[in-house]
Design a protein around this ligand. Sequence first.
Ligand code: MTE
Length: 297
Amino acid sequence: MKKFKYSEITPEKIYNNRRTFLKNLGYGIGGIAFANNALANTDLSKPTSYKDITTYNNYYEFGTSKGDPYKKSQDFKTRPWTVRIEGEVEEPIDLPIDEILNSFPSEERVQRLRCVEGWSMIIPWMGFSLSELLNKVKIKPEAKFVKFESVYDPENMVGQRRAVLNWPYVEGLRLDEAMHPLTTVVTGLYGKPLPNQNGAPLRIFIPWKYGFKSGKAIVKIELVKKMPMTAWMWASPREYGFYSNVNPNVNHPRWSQATERVINGEVFSPRVKTLMFNGYGDEVAHLYTGMDLKKNF
Ligand code: MTE
């Protein structure tokens, strides 16, 4: 399988900006991983364009149409911003966003996003493993799940003025899923700071799960004993399960999940077969040994 080389596809301007960005954030060039483990199983050789990744979004806080987040999030302020880690921990902490960006070097992580709606993108995120951030606190043995809370700010997020979801947006993972090295804290995109519409200043990304598990604009991470209720489970438990691992054999009640449309700038995007765990099975299947993934969808 061809390995993706960043310099081959990145327009020169973005590539140069990226170097400046990395320098500004104190990211060591030597520390950038041009590839990660998942490349072995997933063809990530043709990333989706920056334009598509930043103009075709799901972010209901800014509206329910794909173009809304780009159009309506540009004035959203992501400074000052604090991420709180609390719950079943020895001592809760409040981390200012710039401290997070400076103390955890981001690397390039080219990962596939598979949306539950039946499309996918290959995205060159910048980020680091969530486990590194969680290691900032001492987690109590009682903690079994991690709950992610996105920001609640109806004054500045027009979509939150309507009850389309039970705000704030909440998602969750089992603790071992959260600690898996592929579970990513996203800080940038194409070597540049994360655009508002993609979840600035910080979002979570779990490449083997449907895109809705990846909460944007995170303000709180809570270690909890019980499986948290998520925004989508609350909206429609029959359609959205807690695990939501990408699984071509479990259809959404209203449509098939067997194939996906790869968004790559073509008028007619190719449809490809959806892969179990989105192609990351070698890395993550062991987390679900003995579990019925049809029941635990
Ligand atoms: N996070 C918040 N806070 N609000 C949202 O509406 N949408 C989710 C997820 N995270 C969403 C969110 C869905 S359905 C998807 S597919 C991805 O974000 C889309 O991420 P992208 O716009 O960066 O491609």
